[in-house]
Design a protein around this ligand. Structure first.
Ligand code: CTP
Ligand code: MG
Length: 233
C-alpha cells in the first residue's frame, strides 16, 4: 500500500480576480502552488505528486521545475469543476496506482499546510477502512441569511455550530474507492469526502490547525504570506 498526492490546479481563481490563475500568484517569491507541492514532497511516505492542470494552462512552463522530475508528474487533464479535475487525474494515475493505494488530494490554493498536520493525517488514516480529511471545528457563531432582504442581508436564523467542522485538504482516500465515489457523485460536490459520504461511508475527521487556510479572496494573500513565512522560518 503506497501513498500518492494529487493536486488539482485547473481552477481560474475567479473570486481572486486579477487575471492570473491564483495557483500561480507569487507568495513569498514562489508561485502559490509550489508551497503546497513542497510540503507534500517533504513527506517521505508520499511516493509521487501528480499536479492536474487545465489542458489550456499557459503558465506552468514559465517556471523552472528542475529537481522535481523524480517525484512529480504533470497531467494536463483538468476539468470544468474541481471534482472533474480530481476524477480525470485519478483516471490518469491508474497506470501507477493500485486500487488500495492512498491518494491525498490537496488544493493548490492551500499553501499553509504544516508538515506536522500532513504527518498526523497519514498517521491517523493509514489504517482506517474509509479514509479521512483534515478539518477544524467551527469557531464562529453561524447565521443563515434570509432570502430577498435587499438592500443588504438580514439574519433569518442562527445555526447551531455544535458538531460542525470546516473541511480542509488534504483529503485521503483509497484510489479505487475515490474513483468509484466521484463517478457516482454529481459535479456539484466541492470535496472528495462528500463523494465518499454519498456512498454511505463516514470519513474520519482529523483535527487540523487554522493556519491551513484556503486562499480564495484577495485579502487572504496577506495572511497566507505571513503564515508561509512563519512555517518556513
Ligand atoms: N480546481 C481545479 N479545477 C477546477 C476548479 C478548481 O483543479 N475546475 C482547483 C483549484 O485550482 C484549487 C482547488 O481546486 O487548487 C480549490 O478550488 P477553488 O479554491 O475554488 O479555486 P478556483 O476554482 O480556482 O477559484 P474560484 O472558485 O474563485 O474560481
Ligand atoms: Mg472554485
Amino acid at each position: 500500500m503506497k501513498f500518492y498526492a494529487l493536486i488539482p490546479a485547473a481552477g481560474s481563481g475567479s473570486r481572486m480576480g486579477g487575471g492570473i490563475e491564483k495557483q500561480y500568484l507569487p507568495l513569498n517569491d514562489v508561485p502559490m502552488i509550489a508551497h503546497a507541492m513542497m510540503v507534500l514532497a517533504r513527506e517521505p511516505r508520499i511516493e509521487k505528486l501528480f499536479v492536474v492542470l487545465s489542458p489550456t494552462d499557459k503558465r506552468w512552463n514559465n517556471y523552472e521545475w528542475r529537481g522535481w522530475e523524480e517525484r512529480l508528474q504533470v497531467l494536463r487533464c483538468g476539468g470544468a469543476t474541481r471534482a472533474e479535475t480530481v476524477l480525470n487525474g485519478l483516471r490518469a494515475m491508474a497506470n501507477v496506482c493500485d486500487a488500495d493505494d492512498w491518494v491525498l488530494v490537496h488544493d493548490a490554493a492551500r499553501p499553509c499546510l504544516a508538515d506536522e498536520m500532513l504527518g498526523k493525517l497519514i498517521d491517523d488514516v493509514a489504517d482506517d477502512p474509509v479514509g479521512g480529511l483534515l478539518a477544524v471545528p467551527v469557531a464562529d457563531t453561524l447565521k443563515r441569511a434570509a432570502a430577498d432582504t435587499s438592500p443588504g442581508a438580514r439574519v433569518e436564523a442562527t445555526v447551531p455550530r455544535a458538531g460542525l467542522w470546516q473541511a480542509q485538504t488534504p483529503q485521503m482516500f483509497r484510489h479505487g474507492a475515490l474513483i468509484e465515489a466521484l463517478r457516482a457523485a454529481g459535479s456539484d460536490i466541492t470535496d472528495e469526502a462528500s463523494a465518499i459520504e454519498q456512498l454511505g461511508l463516514q470519513p474520519l475527521l482529523v483535527e487540523s490547525d487554522r493556519r491551513n487556510m484556503k486562499v480564495t479572496w484577495p485579502q487572504d494573500m496577506e495572511l497566507a504570506g505571513l503564515i508561509v513565512g512563519q512555517l518556513n522560518a
